[in-house]
Design a protein around this ligand. Structure first.
Ligand SMILES: *Cc1c(COP(=O)(O)O)cnc(C)c1O
Length: 380
């Protein structure tokens, strides 16, 4: 019964034998720049491509400052640490996300609080956030506390799922009224805008990932962006061992992290970043073909939310129940069309079983039924 879907995807990807979910392509200056990095001998933690990537990335997203890191998870950890999240605090996030989101919270010794999802954006539900804060939060001397646990609520960490922007303006507005700073997990949403502003720039800090399956890759990498210059400067300091600049002295003024991206990886991604506008347009065109196809089939295909321009990093459909989802996963993968379910809900993982969760009705229904379908940039 899924054969028309499978042949549609095979046609879209020109009959490749195996169609991956998301494969990188290196069709620009990547090899040239990597060779330049090798020839310069600067392959490691400092180099011209690191600086160049930070400048060009900041320009693309429209941020005052961008600080590159070794991966997205370390960027999330550094972002939380920079906002003072520490042992015993709480951080609000969504139950339906990739495990790196709550793991970064845990690295700070803090407790994730899992909220429900929005059925339209797939991200953090504004209603669930509002309900939690109304019933649990209290601001004393400018600090937000959870009345029931006595813990500080130090941040809110929404994630833009599959590149589709969440209702970020509403989230920031509610969090502002409780003095809770927002960090955006924009790991999947490079190239996605909300109300004309790039994702990652609504909260205090935005975080990106350049893992191999993301829209552009450095092999592995991450980035923090902010419009707060002082915070940006501190982010660079903290992620580069907190060394006070000096020609020869080793003086470090706090416990910093070695979260740097090697220049070799930066060279690769400078080449990737040049192609990002083309990748986004190519993926948006693919999504439009999927949309038209699934509309005719009567299967729900996720489109960009209202006010959003999405990068359509991973395309997703919603099947009717878990049983149909499993049959679809089985048949597509058997025929060489790679598909994947969405993540398990975080509170269903052993280490987050005892974490606090709000009512997760929407997240659970999405987790049972979402399937990601092949979404790589198509060669013309
Ligand atoms: C990919 C991803 C990350 C982490 O990125 P890494 O670079 O793999 O550490 C974090 N959050 C989300 C939502 C992601 O998809």
């Amino acid at each position: 019964m899924f054969n028309d879907v499978i042949s549609f995807i095979q046609d879209l990807y020109k009959g490749e034998k195996f169609i991956p979910l998301h494969a990188p392509i290196f069709s620009g200056n990547e090899k040239k720049y990597v060779n330049e990095a090798i020839d310069s001998t600067f392959v490691s933690s400092v180099g011209a491509f690191v600086d160049r990537f930070e400048v060009e990335f900041a320009k693309y997203v429209g941020a005052k400052k961008a600080v590159v890191t070794g991966n997205g998870t370390s960027a999330l950890h550094a972002a939380l640490h920079l906002l003072g999240v520490s042992h015993g605090d709480e951080v609000l996030t969504q139950a339906l996300t990739f495990v790196a989101t709550p793991n970064a919270i845990s690295y700070c010794g803090a407790h994730p609080v899992f909220l429900d999802s929005d059925a339209e954006t797939l991200g953090l539900s504004v209603i669930s956030l509002h309900r939690f804060l109304e019933s649990h939060a209290e601001v004393r001397a400018g600090v937000c506390y959870n009345k029931k646990t006595g813990r500080r609520i130090m941040a809110c960490l929404p994630m833009h799922v599959f590149g589709h922007p969440v209702k970020i303006e509403d989230i920031v507005k509610i969090c502002d009224s409780y003095n809770v700073p927002v960090i955006e997990d924009a790991a999947e949403s490079l190239g996605s805008f909300y109300n004309g502003v790039h994702t990652g720039l609504f909260g205090k800090i935005g975080v990106f990932s350049f893992n191999g399956n993301k829209i552009i890759t450095s092999g592995g990498g991450g980035m923090l962006v902010t419009n707060d210059e002082a915070l940006g400067k501190r982010a660079k300091h903290l992620t580069t061992t907190a060394k006070v600049p000096h020609a020869w002295e080793f003086f470090h003024d706090e416990i910093g992290f070695n979260y740097r991206m090697p220049n070799l990886n930066a060279a690769l991604i400078v080449g990737q970043l040049e192609q990002l506008p083309f990748f986004v347009e190519n993926k948006r065109a693919t999504a439009e073909m999927y949309r038209q196809f699934f509309e005719k089939k009567g299967i729900q295909f996720f489109v960009e939310p209202e006010k959003a321009k999405s990068n359509y990093w991973l395309n997703a459909i919603l099947l009717s129940d878990r049983k149909e989802r499993d049959a679809f996963l089985h048949e597509t993968n058997r025929q060489g069309v790679m598909t994947r379910p969405v993540w398990n809900l975080m509170p269903d993982l052993p280490m987050y079983k005892s974490a606090y969760s709000e009512d997760l009705t929407v997240a659970r229904s999405l987790a049972d039924r979402i399937v990601n379908i092949p979404s790589s940039v198509r060669h013309s």
